[in-house]
Structures are given as C-alpha cells and as structure tokens.
Ligand binder design. Structure first.
Ligand code: B12
Length: 320
C-alpha cells in the first residue's frame, strides 16, 4: 500500500478521495499499466471515478476488483472469465479474495487459456504450452490453408498472442511459450508471402516496424494477407529507423507505406513527418497501440485492425 501514497500515486486531497492513477494501481496489483488499460478497454474492468481535471481514477473497490482478477488469472482462469467474476463479486467476496479449491479438488491448469474459445484455439494453446513447435506449425498452417490469413490472424493468432501477453504480464511466466509461438507464427506468415502467386500491382506496399520496435508479427500478417490478394509487398521487419525506411521509399516508390508501433516508446510522430513525399506520394498508414492518435501528422492515417488496414489498402489500389 505504501507506494500508493507516493506523489505520483495519489491525487492528493485525501479528504476529497479522488482515487489512484493507473501507474500506482499497476504497481499495487503487480500488472503493467498498459495491461490495466487493455483490461479496461476489453473487459470493462477499470476506474470508476474522475479527478476534477478529468483524469480517470481508481478507488479502493476498483483496486479490490483488479486484485481479485489478477489472482484468478494467476490461478489459471482465462482473463475474460476472471474479469466477469471480479466485476460480479460483491463486497464480501472482494474482501475474501477468490475461493480456494479444496485440497483434493483438481486445480485449474495454469497456462494461457484465454483464446481457447474455439477448438483450434484450445489446440494451439495446448501445443504452445507443451513447447511443441512442430504441432504449432501444423495447426497454424492448417488454419491458414482452410480459413485464409485475415480470418486466421483475427480469430486464432492474435487472440492467442494477446492471451499469452496477458498471462505473462500477470504472472511473469511463459516467456519461452511467447517466444516459440511468435517464431512459429512469423515463419508460417513468411511462407505465405514466399509461396504466394506473383503479384499484379506495379507499386508495392512497404511494411515496417518503427525504430526500436521489435513486435513485427502484425506487419507479417498484413503482408501475408496482401500477398494472398496478389499485392506486391516488402516486409522490412522489426526496428526500421526512419532514415532507412525513407531510403527504401525512394528506391521502391511504394503505393502504400505501413508503419507499426506496439509500444508508446516507439510511436514517435516526428519520425513519420521525416518520410519523403514521393511522386505520386505514398499513402501513409500507421497501426498499433504505440501511436498517439491525437498527435499524428495529417498525412498519416491510423488504422485499428487488420481488416481495416486491408480495406484502406484495397481502396488505394482501386479494389473493392
Ligand atoms: C510476441 C510478443 C513479443 C515478441 C515479439 C516477436 C515478434 N516477432 O513480433 C518479443 C519476445 C520480441 C517481445 C518483446 C518485448 N515485449 Co512483447 N509482446 C508480445 C505479445 C505477446 C504479442 C505481440 C503482438 O504481435 N501483438 C499484436 C496483437 C496480437 O496484439 P494487440 O496489439 O494487443 O492487438 C490490438 C490492436 O493492435 C489490433 N490489432 C491486432 N492485430 C492487428 C493487425 C493490424 C495490421 C492492425 C492495424 C491492428 C491490429 O487489435 C487488437 C485490439 O485491441 C504482446 C501482447 C499483446 N497484447 O500484444 C506482448 C507485449 C506487446 N510486449 C510487451 C513488452 C513489455 C515487451 C518487452 C519490453 C519485454 C522485455 N522486457 O524485453 C519487449 C519489447 C521489445 C521492443 N523494444 O519492442 C508488452 C508491451 C507493454 C507496453 N508498454 O505497451 C506486451 C503488451 C505484453 C504485456 N501485456 O505486458 N514481445
């Protein structure tokens, strides 16, 4: 509780009880602030007050709910279910914490299970937990063949990655699972691009991560989805400095440039403003939770999902 009273934790004015900011609550419940924001957005478990300045503030009850959610997640309950239980808990349950299983009752299996909504999701999570790379690869390739890149990313791969990220954030575990799954996803998507039919667009789509950004799977997914539609793509991958992207733009004359930032540390709008115009200019798209949506240069358009990015890019090529 101590650090909640640090200057950045509490809004001061104890008598007015404005509550805590996300950073202080993150330290208290032991989960990254970005994860708390995601849980708020995704599951509606967030702060219930506002400070006079309009900032969202957590009160004691909000924090108790989050503590319950974290404990449930650590015990193996999928985040969505844990959030539902924490939101439904009454005062007594919040004070008591989650029910403990009796000694002879089987404990829920710890591990990422949040994307187990579909049989394919459950199977992929089992293989990931078992560190069975061959099985993961087969399951991902089967899904890509059967459902295509867009559907497989939206319904299987992104949910699996998000679930693993949440479990990792809540418990510190699963780094090895995250790394192996990421590798399998990246390889499978790269194969889709390599084996696609020859492209039929004159100008390519250039896909890059922002400088120092290592999260590159979304640009591989977008690249693979475009390649399947015979759009020419160049996936430059992780950590592309602005000057290097600018150089590639001058050499390739792309129709579209897409820049991904996963983390606020890498979403620098000034870097976008440095990119060359070109003749005709490339359509500049950016994606990922790292970009500050309200501070982007006017020529950059922020897209929020793979389907949205595909729609924008198809329109650039005059394809419905
Ligand atoms: C895989 C992974 C890694 C891999 C990446 C491998 C690779 N080749 O990409 C590795 C191991 C390298 C890694 C490293 C790190 N990671 Co990491 N990682 C992840 C993980 C599990 C998935 C990343 C991903 O692909 N996300 C994309 C999709 C699946 O998730 P999403 O962005 O939440 O999706 C939303 C939108 O972006 C949108 N969307 C989804 N797909 C698409 C596609 C397109 C085209 C568009 C437009 C939108 C869109 O839909 C969702 C709606 O909410 C995430 C968890 C997560 N939730 O992202 C953590 C996560 C991003 N990592 C995190 C962290 C902290 C790190 C490290 C700092 C860890 C460390 N201590 O070293 C480093 C950072 C290195 C760096 N400088 O970039 C944090 C980031 C917290 C923050 N500050 O924002 C996360 C969120 C985990 C967590 N919950 O704490 N990571």
């Amino acid at each position: 509780m101590g650090d909640l009273w640090s200057p950045d934790g509490w809004d001061g004015h104890v008598g007015q009880e404005w509550g805590w900011g996300v950073g202080a609550v993150a330290r208290r419940v032991g989960v990254a602030a970005s994860t708390l924001r995601t849980w708020d957005r995704r599951y509606g478990i967030g702060p219930s007050r506002h400070s006079p300045g309009g900032h969202r503030r957590y009160d004691e009850r909000d924090v108790a709910r989050l503590e319950l959610m974290v404990r449930l997640v650590q015990e193996g309950v999928p985040p969505e279910e844990a959030a539902r239980a924490a939101l439904a808990a009454d005062e007594t349950a919040l004070a008591a914490g989650p029910p403990r299983p009796a000694a002879d009752e089987p404990r829920p299996e710890p591990g990422p299970v949040a994307s187990a909504a579909t049989p394919a999701g459950r199977a992929l999570m089992r293989s990931a937990r078992a560190l069975d790379a061959r099985a993961m690869r087969e399951q991902i390739e089967t899904a890509l063949r059967r459902d295509g890149v867009e559907h497989t990313w939206q319904e299987l791969l992104a949910p699996a990655l998000i679930a693993i990220g949440e479990r990792h954030a809540a418990s510190g575990a699963l780094v090895e699972v995250e790394h192996l799954l990421s590798g399998c996803v990246q390889n499978a998507l790269a194969s889709e691009i390599a084996l696609a039919e020859p492209p039929d667009t004159a100008r390519p789509v250039l896909l890059a991560c922002a400088a120092e950004e290592q999260h590159s799977l979304p640009i591989h997914a977008l690249g693979a989805a475009l390649a399947a539609e015979r759009v020419a793509v160049r996936v430059l991958g992780a950590r592309v400095p602005a000057w290097s992207l600018a150089d590639a733009m001058r050499r390739l004359g792309p129709a579209v440039v897409f820049v991904w930032s996963q983390m606020p540390e890498t979403g620098d709008p000034a870097a976008l403003a440095e990119l060359p115009g070109g003749r005709p200019p490339a359509h500049l798209l950016v994606g990922g939770p790292g970009w500050p949506g309200d501070r982007l240069p006017p020529e950059a358009r922020l897209v929020g999902s793979l389907p949205e990015a595909l729609k924008e890019i198809r329109a650039t090529f005059g394809r419905g």
